[in-house]
Ligand binder design. Structure first.
Ligand code: TGC
Ligand code: FAD
Length: 394
């Protein structure tokens, strides 16, 4: 016999998260949550197993809901608060990190780069279509030999009369093979420059990376640029140094601060449900103190993560957030989400390793999330530098 003595609570209710959100924020969260339940949850295990994602179709659906570039103003973007954007990322990543990645790269990297550093013509050309999801963008910063240290990039932009010629390669680029526009960062004689490269430009090619055990429901590609000729009007005029791409990273890292907690919540809720129905030794495993300790610890870390994310979101909405503060959140959310995923997996026993439950998929995805947008080591060193004033990178 089960020994239920009080009504069980959800982790969100136990922490009291709703009280920290406005009515509008709760509405946006709930509408993204129901999209994930209706559109993503029934399909994701199959997409993941097959290593596929209907990215074009999904981009249009996400665009219809106003989720692409949703925190940007004008050009067909919804202009929501940073907190609302974060909550949307959290719900999307409760579905799968790959879905949040699609939205992050589109809105926070490709669109944001054009929005913050592009000319008015570039904004008019790309942003409305990208907000609608009829054009997809990618963001090419990482190279085969330069990941954590993008300052060493080898992709070159050289002048040829009024034009630019781009040569080089970018690696691990989300949305690369499905993109209509690639924001490409390259070294010129005068420093790092950014270009909005239409992907049908001769000399540009994208090759899907197939052999992934993580982020399988996400398109990841290598970009090759061989004598790609572009007019100066394709250069982002406001981007004049490495500061430009690093500023874009702040935006996408912010989405992950919330997003990773969505994956954590899904693992936690799955473990909670499972523990109440799975019986061993004639009792629900939820009745064992060791299981309850795991559930309590997971809820505590999840709750602390959401509180930090909301604090950072409120600071961002106040226009007062620094890169090292975003690093605090990215490091904490992903690290704790991974621990939660692994702990949840133990509660599910052998069932935890299957695709019948989302836990192992989230755990595998979070390995990528720990690495992309700055590895956990990079964020540790960013925080260390802010604290000590001393750089340990070089
Ligand atoms: P450093 O000398 O520190 O900085 C160069 C210039 O940039 C400025 N800056 C920033 N500006 C805005 N936001 C930030 N977070 C910034 N960090 C630095 C800095 O003030 C300086 O400006 P200026 O005007 O003085 O020149 O640069 P560094 O070469 O020493 O590198 C610092 C370091 C290691 C922190 C940086 O390179 C770094 O963050 N590396 C990690 C690389 C990374 O995160 N790559 C991500 C690629 S995109 C991706 O992964 C997408 S995954 C998406 C998905 O699918 O969801
Ligand atoms: P490396 O930089 O080679 O690092 C290897 C290890 O060394 C790490 O543990 C790192 O922390 C450590 N290390 C490096 N330097 C130091 C140091 N100074 N001190 C201590 N430790 C150090 N990039 C894009 O530009 N656009 C994208 O859309 C994109 N999407 C991605 C999607 C996926 C699924 C993945 C996995 C990656 C994606 N990336 C993308 C690339 C990602 O940003 C890089 O993988 C990441 O920045 C790390 O670079 P790296 O893999 O080359 O690792």
């Amino acid at each position: 016999m089960s020994r239920t003595v009080t009504e069980p609570m959800s982790p969100d209710a136990l922490v009291g998260i709703d009280a920290l959100l406005s009515e509008e924020e709760r509405q946006i969260r709930d509408s993204v949550r129901s999209l994930v339940k209706r559109r993503i949850a029934p399909e994701i295990a199959t997409w993941y197993e097959n290593g596929e994602l209907p990215a074009r179709e999904l981009a249009r659906e996400l665009g219809d809901l106003g989720l692409l570039g949703m925190h940007l103003e004008g050009y067909g973007c919804a202009g929501t608060s940073a907190v609302a954007y974060g909550l949307a990322c959290l719900e999307l990543e409760a579905g799968d990190s790959g879905i949040r990645s699609l939205v992050s790269v589109q809105g926070s990297l490709a669109m944001y780069a054009i929005y913050a550093f592009g000319s008015e013509d570039q904004k008019q050309q790309w942003l409305p279509r990208m907000a609608a999801g009829t054009a997809i963008g990618c963001f090419g910063l990482t190279e085969p030999d330069h990941g954590s240290d993008p300052a060493g990039m080898r992709t070159r932009a050289t002048r040829d009369g009024d034009d630019w010629i781009l040569n080089g390669a970018k690696m691990w680029i989300t949305n690369g093979s499905v993109a209509d526009v690639a924001v490409v960062w390259a070294r010129s004689e005068d420093g790092v420059r950014g270009f909005a490269v239409p992907t049908d430009t001769p000399g540009f090619s994208a090759h899907t990376i197939k052999s992934k055990m993580s982020l399988r429901a996400s398109v990841t590609s290598e970009l090759v640029l061989e004598d790609v000729r572009l007019p100066d009007s394709a250069r982002l005029p406001g981007a004049t140094s490495l500061r430009a791409p690093l500023s874009c990273l702040n935006e996408a890292r912010f989405g992950i601060v919330f997003g990773a907690l969505g994956a954590a919540r899904d693992c936690l809720e799955t473990a909670l449900d499972y523990s109440r129905s799975r019986r061993q030794f004639d009792r629900a495993i939820a009745e064992f103190q060791l299981t309850q300790q795991k559930l309590a610890d997971m809820t505590l870390e999840y709750g602390k993560g959401v509180l930090l994310a909301l604090h950072l979101g409120r600071r961002k909405d106040a226009g007062d957030i620094a890169g090292h503060q975003v690093s605090l959140g990215k490091l904490n959310s992903v690290r704790e989400a991974l621990t939660i995923a692994r702990t949840a997996r133990t509660i599910l026993g052998a069932s935890g390793i299957t695709s019948e439950y989302p836990v192992m998929r989230h755990a595998n995805n979070l390995e990528s999330v720990l690495t992309y947008e700055g590895t956990s080591e990079m964020h540790t060193l960013i925080i260390g530098q802010a604290l000590t004033g001393m750089s340990a990178f070089r």
